[in-house]
Design a protein around this ligand. Structure first.
Ligand SMILES: C[S@@+](CC[C@H](N)C(=O)[O-])C[C@H]1O[C@@H](n2cnc3c(N)ncnc32)[C@H](O)[C@@H]1O
Length: 157
C-alpha cells in the first residue's frame, strides 16, 4: 500500500515547508508516502466560496485514481488517540491494495462532491486549523503512527 496526501494549494510559509518535508522524509523510512499539491486557483476574488470549492473539487476528482481509498481530513470526522490512529492505519495496510489517499481541503473546505467521493473522514481535533497548518499536524501524526507500529522511541504514552 502507498499513502498519498493530497492538498489544495502550495504550502506558502517557509517554516511549514521545512517541517513538513522533514516529516515526509522521516515517514518514507517506513512506508511509501508522498504529498501531491493541487495548484491553487487563479482569480479567486471573482468567485464565491461555493464556486471556489466546486472548482477545487473538479481538480481533486481528477487527481483521484481508480481503487483509491479516500480519507478526508475534516474537523467533523472520527477522532483518534495517536495509538488508535496507528492501529487503524495498520488495518488499512492489510486491506488497501493500492493507494490510501488523505485529502486536506482548501481554505473553505470541501464541496459536497468530495464528501460523496470519500470513504471516510478523520479529524485531527474539534478545532479548525488553517489548510496550511493542518498539513504539518497530519504529517507529524502519520510519522508518529509509523514509529508506534515499529516500536520506535518517538512516542510516549
Ligand atoms: C480552514 S479549513 C476549512 C474549514 C471549513 N469551515 C470547513 O467546513 O471544512 C481547511 C481544511 O483544513 C482541514 N482541517 C482543518 N481543521 C481540521 C481538523 N481539526 N481536523 C482535520 N482536518 C482539518 C480540512 O481538510 C479543511 O478542509
Amino acid at each position: 500500500m502507498k499513502i498519498t496526501l493530497i492538498v489544495v494549494g502550495r504550502t506558502v510559509e517557509k517554516h511549514y515547508i521545512t517541517a513538513i518535508n522533514d516529516y515526509i522524509e522521516r515517514t518514507k523510512h517506513f512506508i511509501s508516502f508522498d504529498m501531491e499539491v493541487i495548484p491553487e486557483l487563479k482569480n479567486t476574488k471573482s468567485l464565491t466560496m461555493d464556486q471556489q470549492k466546486e472548482k477545487e473539487a473538479e481538480l481533486l476528482l481528477k487527481a483521484f485514481q481508480p481503487g483509491d481509498v479516500i480519507v478526508l481530513l475534516d474537523e467533523f470526522g472520527k477522532e483518534f488517540r495517536s495509538v488508535d490512529f496507528a492501529n487503524w492505519l495498520e488495518k488499512k495496510m492489510h486491506n488497501v491494495n493500492k493507494r490510501l489517499v488523505f485529502v486536506i481541503g482548501g481554505p473553505y473546505g470541501f464541496s459536497q462532491k468530495i464528501y460523496d467521493a470519500a470513504h471516510e473522514k478523520i479529524s485531527m481535533s474539534k478545532m479548525t486549523f488553517s489548510h496550511q497548518m493542518v498539513r504539518l499536524i497530519f504529517v507529524e501524526q502519520l510519522y508518529r503512527a509509523m514509529t508506534i507500529l515499529n516500536n520506535g522511541p518517538y512516542h510516549h504514552e
